[in-house]
Ligand binder design. Structure first.
Ligand SMILES: Nc1ncnc2c1ncn2[C@@H]1O[C@H](COP(=O)(O)OP(=O)(O)OP(=O)(O)O)[C@@H](O)[C@H]1O
Ligand SMILES: [Mg+2]
Length: 223
């Protein structure tokens, strides 16, 4: 793979925290505003990103802002070697994990990434399982460091609602050693169905609610 290609995952073992939606919003924004060539590799056997992509392509003419490729986890490494350099940034959309021991294929996907962003939804149950995931990340990163490599990793609060639960989440995650973004994403209808054609920041409300988070992402992840 080309040295300059970035491989990023919006990842958490927890389901339904916004991994796929946030990947799409970031990917399309980077394609539209920074003119990057972007691919999302959909490694979730439920294929939700691929389904959304295909559904939207039936509705519109012309090309979407990004490409999507559905792959089983075991094919990812070979794919990256062969085709990775065709892209500036590749997002890997990982499935939720049911059991950390049985999900080694998913954990392996993290080895292919240079950066991982962890969405955290601020209720206590979610925070606990996100803490487990922060541990998996640390272990993965330690293994990478043994090989003279490492990844960037940060958490952020997604679907921010009541201040108190968010504070609980933030304190717990920091204690678990995960560095947190200053900016979070609120729980909003405009974030529920991201488009593959239009950046979320093309609408005034989208720009107002997404831009700070997006800018912090670009700065911290150096894209
Ligand atoms: N900031 C947000 N505001 C409002 N809704 C959101 C936000 N982020 C995610 N959602 C909604 O939450 C639901 C789950 O999001 P998404 O499918 O991206 O999560 P996921 O972590 O990829 O889930 P899975 O583990 O099933 O793959 C979706 O209905 C999505 O539209
Ligand atoms: Mg998903």
């Amino acid at each position: 793979m080309g040295k300059n290609t970035r491989v990023i995952s919006v990842a958490n073992s927890k389901g339904g925290v916004g991994k796929s939606c946030v990947s799409i919003m970031l990917a399309v924004a980077l394609a539209r505003h920074k003119d990057k060539k972007i691919l999302i590799i959909d490694c979730d056997s439920q294929g939700s990103v691929t389904d959304m992509y295909e559904r939207e392509r039936e509705l519109y003419e012309g090309d979407p802002a990004i490409e999507v490729e559905e792959l089983t986890p075991r094919k990812v490494q070979t794919f990256l070697k062969r085709f990775g350099s065709d892209y500036d940034i590749i997002f890997i959309d990982i499935p939720r994990m049911t059991d950390k021991k049985k999900d080694t294929a998913t954990v392996m996907l993290l080895y292919n990434c240079d950066s991982v962003l962890v969405p955290i939804v601020g209720n206590e149950v979610d925070v606990l399982s996100s803490q487990d995931f922060a541990e998996i990340l640390e272990e993965t990163n330690n293994d990478k460091q043994d090989m003279g490599d490492e990844f960037r990793h940060y958490g952020f609060i997604n679907r921010r609602n009541q201040r108190k639960s968010n504070e609980v989440a933030e304190t717990a995650m920091k204690k678990g050693g995960l560095k947190m973004f200053k900016h979070s994403l609120p729980d909003l209808k405009i974030f529920t169905h991201p488009s593959f054609y239009k950046s979320i920041m093309e609408s005034a409300e989208g720009a107002r609610r997404f831009e700070d988070f997006y800018k912090e992402f670009c700065r911290k992840f150096k894209v």
